[in-house]
Design a binder for this molecule. Structure first.
Ligand code: NAD
Length: 495
């Protein structure tokens, strides 16, 4: 991939609009907002600035498509073919999409390419599941007062779903919601994060090209407090699937109360990564480093709290410090970049303030902590030791490349420490002892546990959080069930 991409460059220069009812339409306000490249801080495009009336239009278009059965009325096979074609188009345009993702989000190119391959496979997985939306029936006639009753269940799309996305993985978080929602037969209004509107718009174009009928997939950009809030509050929306911070997740729950929307929440994390003395250190040290530093730590399941068994503590932290010293911090388009920029000046300031707070509270920086002076929103990955369990850098989600390391002596101690958080999204365990691996996997309060690896995902495997990391699951069959209602039908038979 070169630094330039002709089709991507043309896309940046386009007059972008909302996608409503199969048409690209001007925002009601006529306003646009600037889209920045976090590697340079420069404006690279403009996106349509939506408001509540744009959400009204998009919800009306989705409702009309839902009622026309243009989508849910298709055979499972017909829906599957369209989802499969969508996957093919994403792969065929993968180079441009990856380039746009890096320009808008800053992530290293390899990470964007992984997201494109994963997105295509998630779409194919859900294409396969469209034929698996099946109900049940009672094993024999159901008798009610002597009558012969035949009873069965059907699964039906929940209706109009609002999908609210974060900025840290724009392509992946778009498809991880859109694919199961479409497979279930729902009609959608997507609200991308205001920092990263671009790849969602390109994915909207490809959805139209794949043959998704008008009104089934609508996209409205704009500020979260305006457009996102209008979607979360809208009485015409039956379900909201939200990925973002726990603080906004609470607002989504409050907004859903009006019409008791169904809600799925994928929220924040402060995930533990545990290294036992018997681990294969050649895997555990780089594994623990990438558990936190991938995508500059802007990953919901980032392994941001490292626990190392005492005998190995110095070896592991000095190994991670060496990795930090050798990591290239730079533009995601440069081939040897390991750490791209943070998403915005505001986010870098937020992460820096956590680093300052850690220092002020007496934690020791073993590596990193600096701010490269090269134009974009860069920050060196940072490793803290000598931390206490009540420090803010240990308790709060930083959402940046900051790791806090703590030694422990035995399994009970590390289970207590690892679970001492309001979050419960991910956990890593590095050990060569099978027994201890399974014991820890059982006792850690997290929706996803990785043993001798970190961050692996598969379309068949549900993803989600315990505790304040969320409600419900994405991916797998659970991900599609989250967009379905169950209906019980009783039929009295005569004769
Ligand atoms: P955020 O909560 O600030 O914003 C997420 C989305 O919500 C954006 O589209 C935003 O515009 C919108 N929004 C903001 N205020 C809103 C409101 N009042 N009503 C409705 N929508 C509103 O989160 P972010 O900064 O974009 O993303 C980072 C957070 O997301 C981190 O906490 C991270 O852990 C979390 N995240 C979780 C997962 C997961 O799967 N669990 C995945 C990625 C990111």
């Amino acid at each position: 991939m070169s630094i330039m991409n002709e089709t991507g460059d043309r896309f940046l220069k386009k007059q972008h609009r909302h996608l409503i009812g199969g048409q690209w339409v001007e925002p009601a306000s006529g306003g646009m907002f600037d889209v920045l490249d976090p590697a340079t801080g420069q404006i690279i495009a403009q996106a349509p600035d939506g408001d509540a009336s744009d959400i009204d239009r998009a919800v009306a278009a989705a409702r009309k498509a839902h009622e026309s059965v243009a989508w849910r009325g298709l055979t499972a096979d017909a829906r599957a073919r369209i989802l499969w074609r969508y996957a093919e188009l994403i792969e065929a345009n993968g180079e441009e999409l990856a380039w746009l993702e890096v320009r808008n989000n800053g992530m290293p190119l390899g990470f964007a390419q992984w997201a494109i391959g994963a997105s295509a496979s998630w779409l194919r997985h859900y294409a396969g599941l469209t034929g698996n939306i099946i109900g049940q029936n009672a094993s024999g006639p159901v008798s009610g007062g002597g009558a012969h009753i035949h009873a069965y269940t059907t699964r039906q799309p929940v209706g109009v779903a609002g999908l609210i996305l974060p900025w840290n993985g724009p392509i992946g978080t778009f498809i991880i919601k859109v694919a199961p929602a479409l497979a279930a037969g729902c009609c959608l209004v997507v609200k991308p994060a205001e920092n990263t509107p671009l790849t969602a718009l390109r994915l909207g174009e490809l959805a139209m090209e794949a043959g998704i009928p008008a009104g089934v997939l609508n996209i409205v950009n704009g500020p979260g407090g305006v457009v996102g809030a209008a979607l979360a509050n809208h009485p015409g929306v039956d379900k909201v699937s939200f990925t973002g911070s726990t603080a906004v997740g609470r607002q989504i729950v409050a907004a859903s109360a009006g019409n008791l929307k169904r809600v799925t929440l994928e929220l924040g994390g402060k995930s533990p990564c545990i290294v036992l003395d018997d681990a294969d250190m050649d895997r555990a040290i780089p594994g623990a480093a990438m558990a936190i530093f991938a995508n500059s730590g802007q990953v919901c399941f980032a392994g941001s709290r490292l626990f190392v068994q005492r005998r190995s503590f110095d070896k592991v932290v000095s190994g991670i410090a060496d990795i930090i010293k050798n990591m290239k911090v730079g533009s995601g388009l440069e081939p040897d970049t390991a750490i791209g920029p943070l998403i915005s000046a505001k986010q870098r300031e937020r992460v820096r303030s956590y680093i300052d707070n850690g220092r002020a509270q007496g934690a020791e920086i073993l590596a990193g902590g600096g701010v490269p002076d090269n134009g974009g929103y860069f920050l060196q990955p940072t490793l803290f030791a000598n931390v206490q369990a009540d420090m803010r850098i240990v308790r709060e989600e930083i959402f940046g490349p900051v790791l806090v390391a703590t030694p422990f002596d035995d399994l009970d101690e590390v289970v207590t420490a690892a679970n001492d958080t309001r979050y419960g999204l991910g956990a890593g365990i590095f050990t060569s002892n099978v027994n201890n691996a399974h014991l820890l996997a059982d006792r850690i309060e997290a929706g996803n546990v990785w043993v001798n690896c970190y961050g692996v995902m598969h379309p068949t495997m549900p993803f989600g959080g315990f505790k304040e990391s969320g409600w419900g699951r994405e991916m797998g069959v659970d991900g599609m069930n989250a967009f379905l209602e169950t209906k019980s039908v009783y039929v009295q038979l005569h004769g």
